[in-house]
Every structure is written in C-alpha cells, then in structure tokens.
Design a protein around this ligand. Structure first.
Ligand code: SER
Length: 781
C-alpha cells in the first residue's frame, strides 16, 4: 500500500474527513502566488472566515515552493530532498483536538503503522512550548535524549496569516551520513505539527478564536524513507523517471533538476498558469528556463512530462484532460526561450573566458538581452566565481523604479514638459523630440495628457500638425519628460513642428468622474465605518473604479445600499471641488488623508467641500454633480482584512441601472420575481473556469431556472439555491462532470441530466455549500 493511502486511511480511521487537494492557485489570497503548504488553502478555516466541512480534515495537497517565504528553488538538485513541486500529507484540527491527540496520532502512525524504529526518531520543540515537551516526555518509547529545543520552530505560510509554534519529528538516517539536526543529510524532517494560535497581519499578531492544529508530512521524503533511502530521487518514482532521460545517472544534478522542475511545469500548466513576465506566470517561466538549461538531451523535459502525466493521473485525472495543453504551452515557451538563451549564453561564456564577468555584466545581459540573471549566477556558482547578489539587486531595483515609469525605451535627455492638463484638454505645443522603434514616441514642451499615476489611467487622444495626425495610445514619464506613445495615422510629423495636442475628452470625462467618485466613496466609508478604514489601492478607469480598503468584515447589503445612497446624495448636492498646491506639513494641517508613505515636499491637496480632503495629482470634475450617477457593481474580499468595491459612474451607471441582469428583474411583473432577492453571491475561478454560486430569498424553482439560463452564458458552472431547500446546478461545455453528479456531490438530492439538475438540499447554508463545493471541486469539475 502506498504511503499516501496508508496516511489517509489512518486519519480516516481517526474520524478525519478526507478531502482532495485544493488547486495550486490560491483563491482570494494575494499574500501567496502558489499554494506552498497543506494549510495554505485552508487559511479561511483557521481564521474563522469560513466553516470547514469537518473539524478534522486530512488530505494530500499539491504544493510549490519556488518563491516567497518558503523558497526551495535554489536547493533543488543540490540536496537529496528538496523539490519545487511536492505533495504534503496533512491532518488538521479546526478547534477540535490539540497537542495531545496530534502528537499521539503522529507517533502512532509513524511507529505502529509505518513501523519506523522509535530510536531513529528525533524531536524538536520550541523553547516556549512546555505543553508539547511534557507530552513528548510522557509518550511511551520516545527517547528523552532525542528531544531538543529549537528556537526557529515557528511556522506560517507567508508573511501574513495564521501562525504558531511547532514541534517537528526528524528521522536519523545514521551516523555514517554527515550532518546534525540543523543541517546536512543525516537527519530528515518528516513531520511538522504547527499549533496555530495567532493571525499575523501587518506584523501584528492577534489571537485566533479557536486554537488549531496544522500537521504536515512531505510525501516524497516518506516515500524515500519507506524505500530505505534518504534520497527522494532514489525512490522509485524519481529513479524511474531519471532512467528515461539518462543512463540511470541519479546523482547528476541536472537530471534531478529536470525531473523535479518537470513536475512543477506539468502541475502549474494544469492549474491554468501560462508563462508570463510577472506574478505566478513568471515563476513558471523561471522554472521552465532552468529546466531547459539543465536538460542534457533536447527532449528530456518532454519525456518527463509524459512520464508524470502517465504516472500521476490516477490521483489527478485533470492531467489526462490537459495533456495536449501542457505539452503545447511548454513547447511554445521553450522555442521562444531557446532564441534568447542561445544568444545570451555565448555572450556569458565570452565574459567568463575573458575574466570579465561580474554583477554589472550579468545585469547588462539581463537588461538588454533578456538573459535570465538567475541562470548567469547559477553558472557563475558552478564555476566557482563569486558574486555579490545585493549589488546586483540594487542595480535591478534602480532599474525597476525607472522602468515603472519606463515601459517603453526612449532616450531621455532631461528636458522638461509642462503638464497643463488640469486646466485644459487641448493646447498648442511644440515637438521637442521624436523617436521611433516599434512605436513612435513624441516629446512635447507642453501637454494636456495625463500620465498614469495614483491609480488613474493615462489619457489618450491625438496630436495634429499641418502635415499629419498622430494617435496617442499610451503615455510615459521619464524624469520631467512626458512622452506620447502611439502611431502616425495620417501624413507625417516632423521635429520642431507646432502641434495641437488634444485629449480624448469623453475618456477624460469618464476618468474624472470615476476619480472624484473614488474620493467620495473613501470618505463615506470612513464616515460610516470609522477611521480604521484606509485606502489600500485603487484603479481609476474611464468606465469603472476599484477601491481596496482595510476592513475586516464584508459590508452587508443594506449598508452597501446606504453607501450608494449617500454618495448619490453628495453628487446631487453638486459640491464644488477645489485644489491647492502646498507643502506636505500644511497639507496635513488641512486634514488631508494620507494614503501612501512617501510624498514629495510639494503636494496637491484636493478638497470636495467638507466631505473629503486628500493629496492627489489626478484629474477631477469641477463639482460633484458632473459625476451624474453612482452604482456599486461588486463588493468582495481580496485578502484577509482587505475588501474591494468596484463601482461605476455617469452613463456607465445609467446603463447598469437600466440593463444589468440583476437590476432587470426588478421590472418583471411576476410576483415571485418581483420580490426575489439575491442574498449571497460568490464568484469563484478555478483554473480557467468561472463558477457562480448564488442564493436567493423569495425565489421559487422556476425563478432559479430563469436566472441560471442567463448566468450560464457568462459562467461555466452555476449553482443556485433559494432560502428554503431548492437547489439547481447548471453546467457549461467546459465541465466534464454531469450536473446531476455535481448536485449529489454537494449534498443535494434530485436529478437531471448532463447540463441541468434540480433538486433539494437539506438545511441550506450558503457557506456550507461553498465549502462542500471547494473541498470536492477537484474531482467534480
Ligand atoms: N504547514 C506546515 C509545513 O508545511 C505543517 O503542515 O511544514
């Protein structure tokens, strides 16, 4: 029997609910790019934000540690037991059992079920954790001399979230292997029990309502141990894979890296990730590049991908479904990378041969040729060339600050463009410089065009001369130079010409409306919910606004309505907006709300009557009446303690009130429909699937059916319930499972066909349905 099965069977026998792995992509958790531990997808249960499907859960969770707080990328291949992708077997208690039972079960499973010899097991305990220490000492057959204190025994998945002290179990592979419990290959950590007591947020710890247990055992290490080795790559799964790409050269670092990284590649693409220049897509790109560099044969990674899909699809059936996609995404990225790689590696080798390689050269290769710096450093490390990573990082930081403003490459010569866009949207001006590569870049001496900053998007518009017309698509600021980026759409444009620069005033109007509305929204939220509500980010577009703010609980429907009402009242009151430029200190004296950390000495204060005073360099309406109308489109949680409102103004809001589906139903005459009301709504994205779960009050089955017809056009799976016991499941083409099966999986009774199932569910609780859905979702869709 496999270790995984033994583990899950054991904890099932201890009354744990066995659930499938959650997706590798965290849901609503911006603090993590990828799930990096068994507990990460269950944070909401630890924090009491959602009810777990059981107070005892066990599973095997897909994890990737290739960035952030837990990053094993650089160790992979060099050690016997590090991986980017791995499976974490875990048992969890949400306010159920605590130290005693957690330790008892761990010890029982290891010694009685896996039959590990007690004397081989060593234990670390946090010095403050007297409870665990006492329990370990009283546990039969624990060798007291094998218990040591370890002050680093504290655990959390990221910089924020649930955390606590932990006690770990190590296996001693024997004195012939060098190392002690803190380093080397002799002692391998096989079990970690975290006693979750706190939630850390912004560096501040608050107590959890109920203490919880998060215990984890790395599957690959255990597989190795049960196969009599301390080397994960010698266990059959990896050894057999490596045999396929080399003549069984397991010790070769390159082969280990290729085998390991191929699993991350397979599972990340399976989870819907595509290679990209930032975020999780960048992690995938980096892993693909490192794997390519290490593959000795041209098609080693392809062979591994095939092996992994064939050998892991029993546990993860989606791998079979996504086989083609996985192969294609990898192949496209490989082809693109090989071009950059082949050029860069020649240059790098030249620098190395001539003894010229240093941080600056690595930076140059990276900045101008796109050659990955981690690969340069890796090669330097292999060749024994020392380097100062901090020095390199300083260079990239400087460049990043610059390139935040500098998406496009234009040569800046410290000229000055005067921004006149607060007072006008059209102006005569002179061309100071024109540059061309893939796009055309025009520098003016004066411009009404706003460059993206403070969340407000850039203006677009046109620049006209006697001889031609230029369409402005984007803007960029380089120091004091303001560049207009776009294309000549008529005739020609020459250096030195006089131009008319004209902002697209319809777009500008939308930007102004949404920007001023963002300030009003912020002030009304603070007025209603207190000054602890602070702005955490915003995005102002011509047709929508998004505001992120600190708040613990979601705002209820009634308060959202009141907020909408109050904002529209401010709009009706047509309050005048004024600005003044002053120094930072007097702005603070004027009561300006400070939302960012660093402000220059000279700041612009924007006042909306006595409603709001903020520092802001954006463009705004002259009086609130110009906003016209305000509507909240959505409200949700984006991170623990951070909520988001998306709203629209002006004609976009008029359209929304007139035509949106939610509002549309108000005008229907049917009695039920007139009073049916959405009381809970959750949109979930799993891989590339859009899932809607919504609950209504005063809705009958016919009404749910009507709604599902509308929603299925924009979603792949729709689950609707009322507040009695009716439930409906409708599925689109991308879902493999039948609607009737999904209905049953979430606990409903009833029937239907592939696309539609209707039935009843006992004691409907919206959160229970979501939890049930989330925990079963892997097999379900
Ligand atoms: N979260 C802990 C770990 O990953 C225990 O599961 O080590």
């Amino acid at each position: 029997m496999s270790v995984k099965k033994k583990f899950l069977d054991y904890f099932a026998s201890k009354n744990h609910l066995i659930i499938p792995s959650f997706s590798l992509i965290p849901l609503n958790d911006p603090s993590l790019l990828l799930i990096n531990s068994g507990m990460a997808p269950m944070k909401k249960f630890f924090l009491g934000q959602a009810k777990p499907p059981s107070s005892r859960i066990a599973n095997s969770q897909k994890c990737i540690r290739a960035g952030g707080k837990h990053n094993d990328l650089d160790d992979v291949g060099y050690t016997k037991r590090h991986h980017t992708f791995f499976e974490m077997l875990g048992n969890f208690s949400f306010g159920d059992y605590a130290h005693q039972e957690a330790i008892d079960m761990a010890w029982d499973f290891l010694t009685n079920n896996l039959n590990l010899p007690c004397e081989k097991l060593h234990i670390t305990v946090h010095p403050s954790d007297k409870k665990s220490l006492e329990i370990w000492k009283k546990t039969p057959n624990v060798i007291h001399d094998n218990i040591v204190f370890e002050k680093e025994n504290e655990w959390s998945a990221g910089e924020e979230g649930p955390c606590g002290v932990c006690t770990e179990i190590f296996y001693d592979h024997g004195g012939h292997i060098p190392g002690d419990i803190t380093q080397g290959d002799r002692f391998v950590e096989i079990w970690n029990m975290v006693f979750m007591t706190d939630n850390v947020f912004n560096g501040v710890k608050t107590k959890l309502d109920k203490p919880c247990v998060d215990a984890g055992m790395g599957l690959e290490r255990m597989e190795a141990l049960c196969n009599g080795t301390n080397d994960n790559y010698e266990a059959p799964f990896f050894a057999n894979m490596i045999k396929l790409i080399s003549k069984n050269d397991i010790d070769n670092i390159n082969n280990r890296i290729v085998a390991d990284h191929s699993r991350s590649i397979v599972f990340m693409i399976d989870a819907g990730v595509s290679p990209d220049s930032e975020g999780v897509g960048y992690v995938l790109r980096k892993i693909i590049r490192r794997a390519i560099r290490r593959s000795i044969n041209n098609n080693s990674i392809e062979i591994c991908i095939d092996y992994i899909i064939n050998n892991m699809s029993n546990d993860y059936p989606s791998l079979l479904k996504n086989r083609e996609k996985i192969i294609k995404v990898f192949h496209d990225e490989k082809m693109q990378f090989l071009n950059v790689y082949n050029q860069g590696i020649c240059k790098l080798n030249d620098y190395i041969d001539q003894g010229e390689i240093d941080e600056e050269k690595v930076f140059e290769l990276y900045d101008t040729h796109g050659f990955p710096y981690d690969i340069s450093f890796e090669i330097m490390k292999e060749k024994g060339i020392s380097y100062d990573y901090d020095k390199f990082e300083k260079m990239t930081k400087k460049q990043k600050e610059f390139s935040k403003l500098k998406k496009y490459h234009v040569e800046s010569k410290n000229r000055i463009t005067e921004f006149v866009g607060y007072d006008c949207e059209k102006i005569e001006s002179k061309i100071l410089d024109i540059q061309k590569n893939d796009k055309t870049y025009i520098l003016l001496d004066k411009t009404p065009f706003y460059v993206e900053s403070g969340g407000q998007k850039s203006d677009s518009g046109i620049i006209e001369t006697d001889s031609g017309v230029f369409e402005v698509e984007d803007m960029q600021k380089n120091d004091h130079e303001i560049w207009h980026i776009g294309k000549i759409i008529k005739g020609s444009i020459e250096l030195g010409q006089t131009v008319t620069a004209k902002v697209d005033n319809i777009k500008r109007k939308g930007l102004k409306q949404h920007h001023t509305a963002t300030h009003i929204l912020m002030s009304i939220l603070r007025k209603k919910f207190g000054n602890s509500v602070l702005q955490k980010g915003s995005s102002v577009k011509e047709d929508s606004l998004r505001l992120d703010f600190s708040m613990n609980d979601l705002i209820d429907q009634d308060s959202l309505k009141e907020t909408t009402m109050e904002i529209n009242r401010v709009i009706q009151d047509n309050i005048e907006i004024s600005t003044n430029v002053t120094d930072y200190e007097s702005a603070v004296k004027q009561g300006a709300l400070i939302t960012e950390k660093n402000y220059p000495n000279e700041v612009r204060v924007l006042k909306i009557g006595d409603i709001s005073t903020e520092l802001c360099c954006g463009t705004h309406v002259r009086s609130t009446g110009e906003i016209g109308l305000f509507a909240i489109k959505s409200h949700k949680s984006v991170a623990s303690g951070i909520k988001r409102i998306e709203a629209i103004c002006g004609m976009s809001a008029v359209n929304y009130y007139l035509y949106s589906e939610k509002q549309g139903k108000l005008s229907k005459s049917d009695d039920v429909e007139n009073s049916a009301k959405s009381i809970n709504r959750k949109e979930i994205k799993i891989s590339n699937l859009n899932i809607l779960i919504e609950q209504y009050s005063n809705a009958n089955a016919k009404y749910l059916l009507g709604e599902s017809d509308k929603y299925i056009k924009m979603h792949d799976l729709v689950i609707l319930t009322n507040d009695k016991n009716a439930i409906l499941v409708k599925v689109g083409d991308k879902i493999v499972k039948d609607a009737a099966e999904i209905l049953r999986n979430i606990g409903g009774k009833g029937g239907g066909n592939k696309n539609l199932a209707q039935g009843k569910i006992e004691k409907i609780n919206f959160n229970d349905i979501i939890d049930k859905f989330m925990s079963e979702s892997e097999g379900m869709i």
